[in-house]
Ligand binder design. Sequence first.
Ligand code: GRG
Length: 295
Amino acid sequence: MDQDLSTYIDDHKNWITEELKNCIHGLEDIPNRLKEAMIYSIQAGGKRIRPILLIASCEAFGGESKNVLSVAMALEMIHTYSLVHDDLPAMDDDDFRRGLPTNHRKFDEATAILVGDGLLTLSFEIIANDMVLSNKQKVYVTKRLAECAGPTGMVAGQALDMYAENKAVTLDELEKIHHLKTGQLLSFALEVGAYLGGASDSELHVMKQCARFTGLAFQIKDDILDVIGDPDKLGKPIGSDEINDKNTYPKLLGLDGAYKQNEKYVQKAKQALIRANIDSTRLADLIDYLSEREQ
Ligand code: GRG
């Protein structure tokens, strides 16, 4: 990876992580165990790609990173909540996340549920308390965050994904699931970053297209990494006893087909950036990084 991009990612990752930790450390009147469990998942690693995309998108339209810090943190809190809940026994029932015991394994199931609830609500609180955003900006950000994360966004995607388990889905159905489940928070990052950076309505329209293709490319790469890590997941029939029952791009398209689809969406996302007519080198590099990442 280009040294400049690598430094940009590392610097922002460290900054966001510090601010998230400080935010939760600073909460008063919160039960110790809940605080400890929230900090555990917030600092357990993670690429921080959503806040970094939000900041880069804001900067591409002339905005400053410090002005969108609370929104970037709110977005990462919601992402973290979704992972903590996704790992629960009632959902994916995972023992490890980011190389560490999942929240409910380290603490307990009820605490992990409350960690997710706490992070979700805290995200809206920090936007409401932000001293830099105007009230108009707060309303826009809150509305889009609720839409992207809620029951017509990420939560809908998670529900559709669960209900599709053990069933064969078409490519269109799979894209819908991923567009909602993974794509919505990534879309929020690119769209709302642009909005807060001062993008016009037509620029926002183009950034939404860029966001859609970026989200799909990200998910396809996630599926590819999953299969590369465990080739048994490729090609076994849905419903087979031997394998997990997830629908993935490599399962529908084959590994080569999934790589090609990923590349197609990366190109479409970058073409949208060109149409936005901004200095988008950083964003284009980040989109490449997402599709080339190894974890
Ligand atoms: C529980 C409401 C609810 C939603 C969960 C996003 C999600 C919805 C579940 C996660 C399942 C999953 C592993 C999806 C694949 C794509 C994805 C979101 C991967 C994790 O995101 P990264 O790679 O994670 O940004 P890090 O660890 O880097 O933060």
